[in-house]
Design a protein around this ligand. Structure first.
Ligand code: ARG
Length: 467
């Protein structure tokens, strides 16, 4: 067979064609430039398929052994970086099959019996995703571990908690770290749920109508490490939901990391000074010598753009495509690979930046203004039997009075307090204690050192045992 030709007749599907494909059309439709990275999945999928058609009696044991040897040789060529892509190789499936025939001769032409590139590409892509998900899980967990390690150090490191980026109530840096742990834990859960739907084998769906040679699809699934087999051949070849789901997990994860990044960028400003990034995760300015820029976090904040874009790309590609396979679906891969590549760098960089950052406890503490204990003042009244709404109003009046007097709320005189409510007593002074405020929120999920430690213990269990 001719291998370095543009001739249509020599291609996999050339039987009914004559003449040449337009050069730009060829460039337009080829996917080898990006789907080549699925070489390992393609070859291992073919090895399993060869076993399946052997079991079904389509090829004999000798032929099966020949195919295995040939496929293994191609695997070795790829692994050694020696595989040569030739002109007619429009995608990874064509390239491997072409090479197989070169290596083992005509029997190579038997491998594709009952199989179509339609069920093959869907299988390869799922197989690729399954392996990528394992890497993703490890990388998410390393960010989670970095957060837990910081949280352990800072269970009692006081810091203002914000709403609307306005100081709200006292909290701790440890509690802040753990908030992001739980966000990422949901990403882990989503990934596990998505994985179950990725691990459904479409092989045996053929081009669209199923396999006529009674291959044992369940055995094939088992062979390839898939959990189930698809139940409808039309759906089997056209389903790309699993890619969309994985891209959504990526976009959501990116959104979480962008929030974490934004917090840390703010906290690293001279104005806040709550955290200092290690030099290893910072860059300088070519003009302003004093600058130390949080580029790692700015990129982490920015990457959500492409992660979300990739999801939207695929949703738009899938929309309105008719049953069953359509070439449109070839557009799934660049979006998928870009998301996986982005996360493969983004997650370890985030983990490193978090692990190595220094939390500046003194700066955090200095940002605690007594006014953020106003809620505690209201709660003080509630404990004396005042309805919360009235208590809230009274505390608000205390804040306003302090403002009018150009003083802090904790510097109001007993006469001032009494002018607001007869329920205020000398023990109001005890309310102005940040540690006590933080530790009074001792429910599960609260800011107390005990409840943050409880979170850390659960987190450590999850990191070891999974969700
Ligand atoms: N390169 C194609 C893809 O990525 C493979 C499937 C092609 N199938 C076909 N009937 N043309 O989707």
């Amino acid at each position: 067979m001719t291998t370095s030709t543009n001739s249509l007749t020599a291609s996999l599907w050339g039987g009914r064609f004559s003449g040449e494909m337009d050069a730009l059309m060829k460039k337009f439709q080829d996917s080898i430039s990006f789907d080549i990275r699925m070489w390992s999945q393609d070859i291992r999928g073919s090895m399993a398929y060869a076993r399946a058609i052997n079991m079904a009696g389509i090829i004999n044991d000798d032929e099966a052994a020949t195919l295995q040897t040939g496929l293994q040789a191609i695997h070795d060529e790829f692994a050694a970086g020696k595989f040569e892509v030739k002109d007619g190789d429009e995608d990874i499936h064509t390239a491997v099959e072409r090479r197989l025939k070169e290596l083992v001769g005509d029997v190579g032409g038997k491998l594709h019996t009952g199989r179509s590139r339609n069920d093959q590409v869907a299988t390869d892509t799922r197989f690729y995703c399954l392996e990528a998900i394992q890497v993703l899980k490890t990388n998410i967990q390393s960010v989670q571990s970095a957060l837990v390690a910081q949280a352990e150090q800072h269970v009692s490191t006081l810091m203002p908690g914000y709403t609307h980026l306005q100081r709200g109530q006292p909290s701790t840096f440890g509690h802040w770290c753990m908030a992001y742990f739980w966000m990422l834990q949901r990403d882990m859960e989503r990934l596990a749920e998505c994985e179950a739907r990725v691990a459904v084998l479409p092989l045996g769906s053929g081009a669209l109508a199923g396999n006529p040679f009674a291959i044992n699809r369940a055995a094939l699934a088992n062979d390839l490490g898939f959990r189930e087999i698809s139940q409808n051949s039309f759906d089997g070849v056209s389903d790309r939901d699993f890619v969309a789901e994985l891209l959504f997990v990526g976009a959501m994860l990116g959104s979480h990391l962008s929030r974490l990044a934004e917090d840390l960028i703010i906290y690293a400003t001279s104005e806040f000074g709550f955290v200092t990034f290690a030099d290893a995760y910072s860059t300088g300015s070519s003009l302003m010598p004093q600058k130390k820029n949080p580029d790692a976090m700015e990129l982490a904040r920015g990457k959500v753009g492409r992660l979300t874009g990739n999801l939207v790309t695929l949703l738009m590609v899938m929309k309105g495509t008719p049953m069953t396979f359509n070439k449109d679906y070839q557009e799934d891969k660049e979006a998928l690979f870009d998301t996986l590549d982005t996360l493969e760098l983004l997650l370890p960089v985030c983990a490193g930046a978090i692990r190595t950052l220094r939390a500046n406890a003194d700066k955090m503490r200095a940002a605690l203004d007594p006014s953020i204990l106003s809620t505690d003042v209201a709660e003080y009244l509630v404990r004396k039997g005042v309805p919360f709404r009235d208590a809230h109003h009274a505390s608000g009046r205390a804040v306003a009075l302090a403002e009018r007097n150009h003083t802090k709320i904790n510097a109001l005189t007993m006469a001032d307090w009494k002018s607001i409510s007869p329920h205020f007593d000398d023990d109001i002074a005890d309310v102005f204690n940040f540690e006590q405020s933080v530790n009074s929120r001792d429910v599960t999920g609260g800011t107390s050192a005990r409840s943050v430690r409880e979170q850390i213990e659960k987190a450590q269990w999850l990191l070891v045992n999974g969700s």
